[in-house]
Design a protein around this ligand. Structure first.
Ligand code: NDP
Ligand code: 8X3
Length: 250
């Protein structure tokens, strides 16, 4: 049985995906930086499936490329890669935002996805099948004030996903880009540098998506018959939509 490798498995979508795939009896490789979170989740899910956890910073190119060879034999054939690890930092305008934050988003959301994908693809190609599920965002297509580099990184994920489809045609490897809107995870706490009160306000008075909602979608695209490839799936809470164009008047 092939394994499912999930990055950013220590919270939010990644943790919810781990729970969903575990419930289906799939073998899991769970990756994140926070060892305590990861080992607690691995201990829990080990009761229902086989789990291997890896402390991994997706920005660490050497560590990512060393990962496939380091996996125990039972987990080595990664059939599904969920490129989920990612973050937004800050909501400042482009004239004042931190360039360090910008670089951290580029390194995680773009380079991390590049590294994991190329590290895992040769195995999938050799085995003649696989599925790469990337977690994009509505921010890839829809601009908003302060979304500057975060949205840019997710636009990369969108086009990278499409180009992967073009590269992998004929190799029986599927690529799906799931693009969620507002979802209450630790995302906003991270974006606002640990300010839980400010994060809570983002979702006040509306019903956001949950990590479980996204995990259901991720699992669903992978469970479809192998001749079906969901290229891109954008999903918002019913309580979220677009506004009119902003117009500045003197
Ligand atoms: P969380 O903050 O709850 O989870 C983010 C996960 O990414 C954590 O497990 C974190 O683990 C991991 N992570 C962050 N940086 C790194 C790194 N350098 N190396 C390895 N792991 C890392 O947020 P979400 O679950 O909401 O976010 C998951 C994905 O979904 C992200 O790509 C995000 O951009 C995207 N997204 C989120 C939306 C939302 O509204 N919540 C909407 C659309 C997209 P650790 O810190 O332990 O390393
Ligand atoms: C996360 C959703 O709208 O905060 O990607 O960018 S949003």
């Amino acid at each position: 049985m092939n394994s499912v490798l999930i990055t950013g498995a220590s919270s939010g979508f990644g943790e919810a995906c781990a729970r969903k795939f575990a419930a289906q009896g799939l073998r899991l490789v769970l990756c994140a930086r926070r060892a305590d979170r990861l080992s607690a989740l691995a201990d829990e899910l080990s009761q229902i499936t086989e789990v291997h956890s890896v402390i991994l910073d997706v920005r660490d190119r050497e560590a990512v490329f060393a990962l496939p060879a380091s996996l125990p034999a039972a987990f080595a054939d990664v059939g599904i890669l969920v490129n989920n690890a990612g973050l937004a930092l800050g909501l400042g305008g482009a004239d004042v935002a931190s360039v360090d934050d910008w670089e951290a988003m580029v390194d995680t959301n773009i380079k991390g996805v590049m590294y994991l994908t190329q590290a895992m693809l040769p195995g999938m190609v050799a085995r003649g099948g696989g599925h790469v599920v990337n977690i994009g965002s509505v921010a890839a297509s829809w601009p908003y004030p302060g979304g500057n580099v975060y949205g840019g990184t997710k636009a990369f994920v969108q086009q990278f996903s499409r180009n992967l489809r073009a590269d992998l045609l004929g190799k029986s490897i599927r690529v799906s880009n799931i693009e969620p809107g507002m979802c209450e995870t630790e995302f906003s706490v991270v974006r606002f540098n640990g300010d839980e009160e400010r994060a809570k306000q983002v979702y006040s008075g509306m019903q956001p998506l949950t990590g479980t909602d996204i995990a259901e979608i991720v699992y669903w695209v992978t469970a479809l018959p192998p001749h079906i490839n969901v290229n891109q799936l954008e999903v918002m809470p019913t309580a979220q939509a677009w506004g009119p164009f902003a117009v500045h008047r003197d």
